[in-house]
Write a protein that binds this ligand. Structure first.
Ligand SMILES: Cc1cc2nc3c(=O)[nH]c(=O)nc-3n(C[C@H](O)[C@H](O)[C@H](O)COP(=O)(O)O)c2cc1C
Length: 246
């Protein structure tokens, strides 16, 4: 076995704080895009951050389809509008009314759109780590998207994920082959500002769930035994940690 090289250097306190600030101040952006281009130097860094995401079996199943063409974006926007109307019909009453008021994409206003895909055949049919759960390859592309999203925030850029599009339509518009899954359609660009809270939280669509309610012990829904009590207390104490970092 070849001995792998060790990493150099610790993460400093300042770097750690910067990381958490990026995490907690990241937003899904759709209505605050500015009509300004993104420098290629910045875009390149963001794409590298995405490419250095973890992937099952080091499969790196992603491609990044960059879309600047107005014509292509108009087609995507039309597909969104159709799906958005269908989606609105799935809610009723006040909920539908609120849904219709939400701005859920920035396809035409953002500087660039990026479709992140998952090529299920990237490293052959048997992939280390994907042998028993097929979806692991798509999860890897999601990891790339999250890296991309955080890198964008670190660069001061906004990013919005648009998922309200019929997949068949999206495949047709972007000429995506059968064995490739369009995992995420993203809008990226300079923004006027970032909101403090998720828009869906601010408009009362859903509240943020307390983390403490989501941490289980030893089994699904398992409550905290004696050995877990101090962590539960710490979670309660840290309830303000994200807000401090924003
Ligand atoms: C898989 C995925 C799909 C999403 N699709 C959409 C979408 O189609 N339109 C939209 O406005 N936001 C979309 N979002 C953004 C979420 O609404 C947003 O992340 C959530 O409300 C929390 O807000 P925040 O990202 O600003 O913290 C999506 C997010 C994820 C992770």
């Amino acid at each position: 076995m070849i001995e792998p090289e060790k990493q150099q250097g610790e993460i400093t306190e300042q770097e750690r704080e910067a990381f958490y600030r990026v995490v907690f101040s990241r937003r899904d952006v759709r209505g605050q895009f500015l009509p300004e281009p993104v420098d290629d130097e910045v875009l390149s860094r963001i794409l590298y951050a995405a490419h250095y995401a973890p992937s099952v079996g080091f499969m790196q199943p992603w491609n990044f389809i960059l879309i600047r063409s107005r014509k292509v974006r108009e087609k995507i926007h039309a597909a969104f509008t159709k799906a958005d109307n269908e989606a609105a019909e799935m809610f009723s009453g006040e909920r539908q009314e609120l849904y219709r008021k939400l701005k859920l994409e920035g396809i035409l206003e953002s500087a660039v759109n990026i479709c992140v895909t998952c090529d299920t055949s990237r490293s052959g049919s048997v992939v280390l780590g994907r042998t028993h759960i097929d979806t692991m390859d798509s999860y890897s592309s999601v990891c790339a998207i999250q890296n991309l999203w955080l890198a964008a925030r670190a660069e001061g850029l906004g990013l919005g994920w648009v998922s309200i599009i019929d997949e068949v339509e999206l495949r047709k518009i972007l000429n995506i082959p059968e064995h490739v899954i369009p995992v995420g359609y993203l809008c990226l660009g300079k923004v006027s500002h970032f909101w403090q809270k998720p828009e869906l939280e601010s408009v009362g669509w859903l509240p943020r769930i307390e983390l403490e309610q989501l941490v289980n012990f030893e089994r699904w829904s398992g409550s905290a035994g004696e050995e877990h009590v101090s962590l539960v207390q710490q979670l309660q104490k840290d309830a303000n940690f994200p807000k401090k970092s924003q």
